[in-house]
Design a protein around this ligand. Structure first.
Ligand SMILES: O=c1ccn([C@@H]2O[C@H](COP(=O)(O)OP(=O)(O)O[C@H]3O[C@H](CO)[C@@H](O)[C@H](O)[C@H]3O)[C@@H](O)[C@H]2O)c(=O)[nH]1
Ligand SMILES: [Mn+2]
Length: 690
C-alpha cells in the first residue's frame, strides 16, 4: 500500500500487446535513477495474469481499474485509431487519492532521463503541447494531482462519449481547456518518421527527458531493424531498443530476466523464439536436418506453415502483432538430436520454463517442406479435461461474501423531494393526523368512544355552529354485539364543513329533496338555515313510522298516447268519435242487434218471396239470454245505431247468416265497421285500468 501522499510515476496497460512498452518505460525510469515508485493501472478483464505477473517484477504498484470504453467511438475513426476505444480509462488516475502527485506516462514512452523535478510543480495539472495541434496538450505525459472533483467531471464526460478525437486526449483537453500548466516539449517529444525540424531537434536534443512514440506503429511492433537510419525518429527508436536489449534481449546475463522475458518477447516483433518441450521420444519418425544447417537452430511456430505468424494478443484487443521470424538473426543453440519431437506451449497460458536440456525442432518451414512423416499441426495442442463434481455434499453458502465495492458512490438527496399536494376539499385543511392503533391496545378502555360516532345519533341538536373540533379518536370499543350498537352514521356526518359542502351541492335541487321530519328522525332539512347547525344524515333512512304509506298500485305515468293525441285536462284519452262509452256498451245486445240487422238486409235483398228461407239459428251455446249486469239500455249518444231498431231485452234473435260480409253491404250501412285496434302497450293498459 502506498504511504500517504506519495509521489508516483504511473502508466496504463489496457492489453498485453503494450506489455513491452510498459516494461521498457519502467526500466528506463529505473535506469535513469528515479527514487520514485512506479505504478501501473491495469484493466483486469483485458490483461492476462501472465502479463500481470510480468509487471510485478518491475512495478511497485499494480492497480486494477474499471475499463472505461467509449460507447460512441466515431471520432476515433477520424484518426484511424479504433484500437484506442478504451483510453478513457486514464480518467481513473484522478481517483488515486493515495498519491499526492502522479506523473502519468503512456506505455509508449521511454525516459531518457527521469523527470522527477515535475513532482515539485505547484500546479494541479501540467502537460506538454501536442505536435499535431500545439494549442492543446498531449496526454502521453501528464503531471496531475488526484482529486474527485476532476474525476467525476471527467467520468461524466467519458460516459457520454464527449471527446473531439474519441479518446482521452480529446476528452482531457475539452475538460481542462486552457487551464493547464504548459510543460516544455522536451518532456514529451513526439518525433515521427516524417519529422522535419531537424535543426531544432539537434539544438534541443540534449535536454530531451522523454520520447513518446505516438501513432499506430510502436518500436516493439515494427521490430528492431525497421528504423536503423540516422533521423531523429530512428535515434529515438534506438533509445527504446537500447532499454529493451538491456533487460530482455536473449541470452540475458540476468537469469531472473531470462526466465520471465518470454512473454515480452512474444509481443515484440522479431523477438519471440518459442521453446518446445519434448512430448515423445521414440514413437514418431524423426526428421534429419539438411547437412548444411545442422549447426544452427531456428525455432518456429509449429501451428502455421510459414514463419510470418500473426497472433491476436487478447480477445479484447484488436491489435495484431506480427512476427517475421524468418528475418531474425538465428540464435545459436545446441544441436537437436534427430529423434526429438516437439510440442508448442502458447505463451499466454503461462511463461514456459526454458531449461537447458530441452531439445528443439530443426525444421525450418521457410526452407523446406514439412517432414513427410510429421504429425498434423494441431495434434499437440494442450487439452484440459474437466470432470463433473461427484461430491454428494450439498452446497453451503460461505459465511460471508466479499464486501461490496468501496468506490460505489451515491449521494443521498438532502431535502426530501416529497411535496404535500394542495388541498382540494375543505375538510382537508383541518384533517386530523392519521393514527394507527390496534384493537388489542384499546381493550382496557372503559370509556365509550365519542357518542356521536359510536351510538345511534339522536335528534339533531339545533345549536349555534360550534367550533370545528377534529375527531380525536377514531377507535371504537368493540362491543359484545356489534350489530346492536352499529352506527349508521358516518364520521363526516358530524363535521359541519361537509354538511355545508353537500348542502351547497344540493341547493339547486332543494325542493325535490325528500326530507322527513318526525319523531326519531335523524335528518335535518338542509334548507333549514338561520344560524342553525345544518346536519345532513345522508345514510340515515326514515323508520317505518316515519315513512308515508305507499299506494298499493302506483299511479300510472301518463304519457302522450300512441295515437299522438294530446291528453285532456284530466289526463284522459280523448274520446273516439262514434264509439259508445263503456257503460253503454253491452256486447250481448250488440251481438243480437248485429244478427237481426243482417237478417233484415238479407230479407230486403232477396225478397220475402224468393223462396229462400233464412234459417233461424240460436246463439252460441251459453250466450243465450246473457245480459251484461251493468247494462242499461240507453239511446246511443252517437253512432249509427238506431234506437228504434234495438230489440227489447230478452227478444229472440234470429240466427245470423253465415255468408258473411260481402259486397252486398253498402258503404254507409249501419253496422259496426270499425276494426278493433291492437291491444295497447302496457302503459296504455295501465291508463285504461284506472
Ligand atoms: O491496446 C492498447 C491501446 C492503448 N493502451 C494504453 O493507452 C495509451 C494510449 O495509446 P497510444 O497508442 O499510446 O496512443 P498514441 O498513439 O500516443 O495517441 C495519442 O492519442 C491518444 C488518444 O487520445 C492519447 O492517449 C495519447 O496520449 C496520444 O499521444 C498507451 O500508451 C497505453 O498505455 C494499451 O495499453 N493498449
Ligand atoms: Mn502514446
Amino acid at each position: 500500500m502506498a504511504s500517504e501522499g506519495e509521489d508516483v510515476y504511473a502508466t496504463l496497460l489496457l492489453s498485453d500487446s503494450y506489455l513491452p512498452g510498459a516494461l521498457v518505460l519502467a526500466h528506463s525510469l529505473r535506469d535513469a535513477g528515479t527514487t520514485k515508485k512506479l505504478a501501473v493501472l491495469i484493466t483486469a478483464d483485458t490483461v492476462s495474469p501472465a502479463a500481470i505477473t510480468q509487471l510485478q517484477s518491475t512495478y511497485d504498484y499494480i492497480i486494477p481499474v474499471e475499463r472505461i470504453v467509449n460507447e460512441a467511438p466515431a471520432n476515433l475513426f477520424l484518426m484511424n485509431r479504433g484500437d484506442l476505444h478504451s483510453t478513457f480509462t486514464k480518467v481513473n488516475l484522478w481517483k488515486q487519492l493515495q498519491f499526492r502527485k502522479i506523473i502519468y506516462m503512456d506505455a509508449d514512452t521511454v525516459a531518457i532521463r527521469a523527470p522527477d523535478e515535475l513532482f515539485s510543480l505547484p500546479h494541479a495539472f501540467s502537460a506538454a503541447p501536442d505536435i499535431g495541434w500545439p494549442d492543446i496538450f498531449n496526454t502521453g505525459l501528464m503531471v496531475l494531482t488526484p482529486n474527485m472533483g476532476d474525476y467525476y467531471a471527467l467520468l461524466a464526460m467519458a460516459q457520454r462519449g464527449i471527446s473531439f478525437d474519441g479518446a482521452d486526449q480529446g476528452l482531457l483537453n475539452m475538460h481542462f481547456k486552457n487551464a493547464f500548466n504548459r510543460l516544455s516539449f522536451t518532456y514529451n517529444v513526439t518525433p515521427s518518421a516524417h519529422y522535419q525540424y531537424l535543426p531544432a531537434y539537434r539544438h534541443f536534443q540534449s535536454s530531451i527527458s522523454v520520447v513518446h512514440f505516438i501513432g499506430h506503429d510502436k518500436p516493439w511492433t515494427e521490430g528492431r531493424d525497421a528504423h536503423k537510419g540516422g533521423t531523429p525518429y530512428d535515434e529515438s527508436v534506438g533509445r527504446w531498443w537500447a532499454v529493451y536489449d538491456r533487460h530482455f534481449k536473449e541470452p540475458s546475463t540476468d537469469s531472473s530476466v531470462q526466465e520471465t522475458s518470454t512473454l515480452v518477447q512474444y509481443y515484440t516483433k522479431g523477438e519471440f523464439h518459442p521453446v518446445m518441450p519434448v512430448v515423445s521420444s521414440s514413437s514418431y519418425p524423426t526428421y534429419q536436418p539438411p547437412e548444411s544447417r545442422s549447426e544452427t537452430y531456428q525455432a518456429v511456430h509449429p501451428t502455421v506453415g510459414d514463419q510470418n505468424v500473426i497472433f491476436h494478443a487478447t480477445p479484447a484487443s484488436d491489435t495484431e502483432i506480427t512476427h517475421a521470424t524468418a528475418e531474425q538473426p538465428r540464435h545459436e543453440r545446441t544441436e537437436v538430436p534427430s529423434h526429438v519431437e516437439t510440442a508448442y506451449v502458447p505463451p499466454t497460458l503461462g511463461v514456459p520454463e526454458v531449461k537447458p536440456e530441452i531439445q528443439y525442432s530443426i525444421w525450418d518451414a521457410s526452407r523446406a517442406p514439412p517432414p513427410a512423416d510429421s504429425r498434423p499441426e494441431a495434434s499437440n495442442f494442450p487439452a484440459t479435461h474437466y470432470q463433473m463434481s461427484s461430491d454428494p455434499e450439498p452446497f453451503k453458502a460461505p459465511e460471508r461474501y466479499p464486501d461490496p465495492p468501496k468506490n460505489m458512490w451515491y449521494e443521498v438527496p438532502k431535502t426530501p423531494t416529497y411535496q404535500k399536494p394542495t388541498p382540494i376539499f375543505p375538510w382537508e385543511k383541518d384533517a386530523p393526523k392519521p393514527t394507527r392503533v390496534f384493537p388489542e391496545d384499546e381493550l382496557d378502555v372503559t370509556e365509550p368512544p365519542s357518542s356521536e360516532l359510536a351510538t345511534e345519533p339522536g335528534p339533531p341538536e339545533m345549536e349555534p355552529e360550534p367550533p370545528v373540533t377534529p375527531v380525536t379518536s377514531t377507535i371504537p370499543v368493540i362491543p359484545s354485539d356489534p350489530w346492536q350498537s352499529y352506527s349508521r352514521g358516518n364520521a363526516w356526518d358530524d363535521i359541519p364543513e361537509i354538511g355545508r359542502y353537500v348542502g351547497n351541492l344540493q341547493k339547486p335541487r332543494k325542493g325535490s329533496v325528500q326530507i322527513v321530519h318526525g319523531q326519531g328522525s335523524s335528518s335535518v332539512d338542509v334548507s333549514d338555515l338561520g344560524g342553525r347547525k345544518r346536519i345532513l344524515r345522508l345514510t340515515d333512512f326514515p323508520t317505518e313510522l316515519e315513512r308515508p304509506s305507499l299506494p298499493v298500485t302506483p299511479a300510472p305515468i301518463r304519457r302522450p298516447n300512441f295515437w299522438g293525441g294530446e291528453r285532456n285536462e284530466e289526463g284522459e284519452l280523448p274520446a273516439a268519435e262514434g264509439v259508445p262509452s263503456q257503460e253503454e256498451w253491452d256486447p250481448a245486445v250488440q251481438l243480437e242487434q248485429l244478427a237481426r240487422r243482417q237478417s233484415d238486409v238479407l230479407a230486403q235483398k232477396f225478397g220475402e218471396d224468393s223462396g229462400h228461407e233464412i234459417p233461424t239459428r240460436s246463439l252460441p251455446y251459453g250466450s243465450e239470454g246473457v245480459v251484461s249486469p251493468s247494462y242499461e239500455a240507453k239511446a246511443p249518444t252517437r253512432g249509427s245505431g238506431s234506437a228504434a231498431s234495438e230489440p227489447a231485452p230478452g227478444t229472440v234473435i234470429p240466427p245470423p247468416s253465415y255468408k258473411g260480409p260481402s259486397p252486398v253491404f253498402d258503404k254507409d250501412e249501419s253496422f259496426l265497421s270499425h276494426s278493433t285496434p291492437e291491444p295497447g302497450t302496457e302503459e296504455e293498459l295501465d291508463v285504461l285500468q284506472t
